[in-house]
Design a binder for this molecule. Sequence first.
Ligand code: ADP
Length: 701
Amino acid sequence: MAVTAEGMIAVTPDRMIRVMNEEAAEMLGVARQDFVDTPLESLRVPELGQALDAALVEGAPVTWRFEYLGRDFACSAAPYLDGEACGAVLGLRDETEMMRVLRRSDAILSSAGDGLLVFDADERVAFVNPAAERLLGKDAETLIGQQCDPLSLLGLEPATEGVCDTGPQMRELRIEEPEHRIMDVRVDPVLDDQGVCAGAVVSLHDVTAEREAMQMKNEFVSTVSHELRTPLTSIKGYIDLILENEAGEINEIQREFLSIVKENSDRLVELINDMLDISRIESGRIVLKIQPLDVAERIEGAANTFRAVADQQGRSINVDVPDDLPRVAGDPDRVGQVLINFISNAIKYSPAGGDVDVSASAGDGFARIAIRDHGIGIAEEDQARLFTKFYRVDSTLTREIGGTGLGLSICKSIIELLGGQVGADSVAGEGSTFWFTLPMAAPELVRTPSLEAPLGSPGGRVLVVDESEEAANLIETYLAKRGYDVVKAFSAEEAWDRALETQPRVVTLDVMLDEGAGFELLKHLKADARTADIPVVVLSIICDEGKSSRLGATGYLEKPINKERLIEIVDGLVGSVASPVALVVDDDRAIVDVLSRTLKQRGFAVMAAYDGKEAMVAVQGTRPHIILLDLRMPVMDGYEVLGALKSDPETADIPVVIMSAYNFEADRADVLKLADVCTCKPFDVEEFVTSIEAVIHEEEG
Ligand code: ADP
């Protein structure tokens, strides 16, 4: 039977047992009456004597732990003064049970595969298990007792608040000593049964092998994709050319067969793009360009991609977005990609037809976008796994429809990277609603207006740098058809010579020239005054958008090349050097649209800004030759823009034409004196643009 009560033995200064209670006798397995008034030593438990001695030496209570008859005891000896000399009271506790629990939890903590460090409430290391010693290459002795924030002890940036206030904290720890390791560090609060913070426990999970395997896999995917994309670039490009009758008239059967080849090569490109997207997301190499986005505009853009197909099938894509929906923060291309994916699935998985409804609504700090179809739907048991990689519902219908099961998982990753969420509600046989959310744009987030080329080809010389002759020829065909004069180079040295010799308006550069020479060339071009101003578009199979833009590339395009995008980018860049650039600033989009169109027809490159802040960002990016400025605008009005432009020596001499529908504000009239021309709305657009041309010519003259 376990004894829980406290045993007590009182010992006189001459080491005689004066008192011993029943509990003490029972613990030591003796009869009490046999030992009272006998020397302590007669009990034959030497540890009792040692405890007594220690207490007498210390002159204060001490605790002595020992094992006796297979049980664990704690003896607390407290000295007392008896006349001139000291006796002591020995308290005796059977701690067998407690020690068993302690040893067991110690054994558990010690055998845990993850490293564990326990911190007291005063941030002192109290326990370190062997796995932590091994992982950190430090022994428990040096660590125990150290007082430090748990994260700083590991050399990580400490959290601003204690773990008990913030809840679990997660970080990644990379160390090179004693050997290269990557660990997931997790700090959890330790709360006592009253909920009071009693310290923290840090766990170290070694993920070196997983991360390395993941990196190898990503590299493998990149390499394989590269090897696949190179031939596909040629296959796709030349089929397109044949289908466009560039190789002579083709007959109907040839057209039909080639269309099948084209469709399948497009599918292959899509699959490779999906795989690359996944590897890019998983390895954190994805570059997001967060901007304020107009949800309606994004949805319209995505819906338009499918309008022709939908019309053919006699169904429609209905868009319903409230006019006053605030702008969201997101990467325009990526959000477009997600919308296209959801809309394409909605069409694909409703083979019997039915409309697709795309709607948006505002929630608390978020916009919610939903895509609803009336298709085959998804059974409840399949819904949970929809967004996992390669998952496809296992049904005859789905198999017939075909697909890879990658799209939804990419959408989920993109939306989560942008700070939103995705989900699906569906009833089998009735249809599905896929939805996602995006955070509203903060007022500080400003869109960078893009530069749009004049209508018609601006023409001029383009230097095409590509290791592969086939690829270079293909790009040449595209650009030559558009009216550009193409010079080709197949190595970095050749490209450098051609650039100096021919002074092209734009360079397209495949950075996969041998052994990184592509990036070196880009650096070189940007560093030399003779070539620094020539815009470079990087065409790449590996995804190096971030690196390219850091090195000074103005544009970036992935291979296999999308012809329209290539022309759009090159036109835009050449437009900005070959044509006068006009910046149109007005919060009324209809006015911006009509002015932009007319200006582009008249040979201007145009940037469109919808408020003053966007205008200021646009001017920083590309210096316009003229600015058309509205006065009343949200965020930053025309008066402020004018003031800011004219007070900065860099921008003071850009001519500004004020367009206003209102009587100019008398008290701010002095600001307006800084403008070059003031025009009252409404005005005749053609006449107005003619007067703009006059201003530009005057400047030139
Ligand atoms: P894929 O369409 O290439 O198979 P996705 O990742 O886009 O890949 O979709 C994964 C699976 O989710 C699909 O195979 C299909 O079973 C299901 N699914 C996706 N969208 C819908 C939808 N609108 N209606 C019904 N099922 C859908």
